[in-house]
Design a protein around this ligand. Structure first.
Ligand code: IPM
Ligand code: MG
Length: 365
């Protein structure tokens, strides 16, 4: 298979984790005789520093032409502490999502058995949890009109949804539910918000086209509680942009750490694959970041982007091997025991590749 892949490392820990996602893709290409051609582009703070623009035209052009994108993270402490700055790294990410029509953000909460104890939630409650979030990605308060009154003392963000935006992501989520355990939970705040009432009404209507899927509707505040009380009862979860942003950070604790979760943004054209963690500037450049979410993002690219299921599974299995052997990065090591071998970012990346090599020599054709 021939594919062009654009790497956008971004800021903070982005570059140091993304090289491992890329290395995993290179290894798969070699083992399976695929031709992956890589290019690189700037986004976020790194792009602002060089060009003044968080999403330079050159990056957008390359993104529109490529087959898939592997992204790291954007953000910088400088902006977090100064809300008055007008040009911000996150604008790059939001703009590329919109420009590429990436309206569906799939966030699988993949729980490795070995990491049951890394979570702050009791293992007995977590066991067997397997959730697939569908977070709407190009609507909501993220893209609604933003206003600051002239006196500077009043501000608003418009929470807006159009029916077609809800319909298209709902179809994707129902189709996934049909392939999985035929359960879908739609999350909204329809007891208070008009946009949520439109959301619920639309999802209810679409659910009639998928009669074999058991659909439930739940308010977001209740969901925040149910997710950690009884995560096991959920399968496909469908929700809006802001609620999805918040709930998936919460759900990352089910998987043990933000450093373990990957996501796939899809929609009208090519796929965009990224860890759900941010730029984590506090640990950037210290060889402390967990590269597994980037490698899992590469796995999602192989599976969802290119339909290469076997190759994707090999990456997941190799990570499993590594965890079984007791290797951990800091974020998933149980601080109270010394039974794990704690590795830095680069060593963890290399270790996954080593286990991947063992597997590919046995399986690749
Ligand atoms: C995410 C991030 C982004 C978002 C930020 C960096 C703009 O938190 O991908 O979850 O809010 O969507
Ligand atoms: Mg987020």
């Amino acid at each position: 298979m021939k594919k062009n892949i654009l790497i956008i490392p971004g800021d903070g820990i982005g570059p140091e984790v993304t090289i491992w996602g890329k290395a995993a893709l290179e290894h798969i290409a070699e083992a399976f005789d695929h031709q992956f051609t890589f290019d690189e582009a700037l986004m976020g703070h790194a792009a602002i520093e060089k060009t003044g623009n968080p999403l330079p035209d050159d990056t957008l052009e390359k993104a529109k032409k490529t087959d898939a994108i592997l992204f790291g993270a954007v953000g910088h402490a400088k902006y977090d502490n100064d809300p008055s700055l007008k040009v911000r790294p996150e604008q790059g990410l939001l703009k590329i999502r919109k420009e590429l029509g990436l309206f569906a953000n799939l966030r699988p909460i993949l729980l490795f058995e070995e990491l049951l104890h890394a979570s702050s939630i009791k293992p007995a409650i977590l066991k067997g949890t397997d959730i697939l979030f569908f977070r709407e990605l190009t609507g909501d308060v993220y893209f609604g009109e933003k206003k600051r009154e002239d006196d500077g003392k009043t501000a608003s963000d418009l929470m807006i949804y159009h029916r077609y935006e809800i319909e298209r992501i709902a179809h994707k989520a129902f189709q996934a539910a049909q392939q999985r355990s035929k359960k879908l939970c739609s999350v909204d705040k329809a007891n208070v918000l008009e946009s949520s009432r439109l959301w619920r009404e639309t999802v209810q209507e679409i659910s009639t086209q998928y009669p074999e899927v058991a659909t439930e509707h739940i308010f977001v505040d209740n969901m925040a509680m149910q997710l950690i009380k009884n995560p096991n009862r959920f399968d496909v979860v469908l929700t809006a942009n802001l609620f999805g942003d918040i709930l998936t950070d919460e759900a990352s604790q089910i998987a043990g750490s933000m450093g373990m979760l990957a996501s796939a943004s899809v929609g009208e054209s090519i796929g965009f694959f990224e860890p759900i963690h941010g730029s984590a500037h506090d640990i950037a450049g210290k060889d402390l970041a967990n590269p597994l979410a980037s490698i899992l993002s590469a796995a999602l690219m192989l599976e969802i982007g290119f339909g290469l299921k076997e190759e994707a599974q090999l990456l997941v299995d190799s990570i499993n091997d590594v965890l079984k052997e007791g290797f951990r990065t800091n974020d998933i090591a149980d601080q109270h025991t010394n039974r794990y071998k704690v590795l830095g970012t680069a060593e963890m990346g290399k270790t996954v590749l080593k286990f991947l090599s063992n597997r590919t020599t046995n399986t690749a054709t």
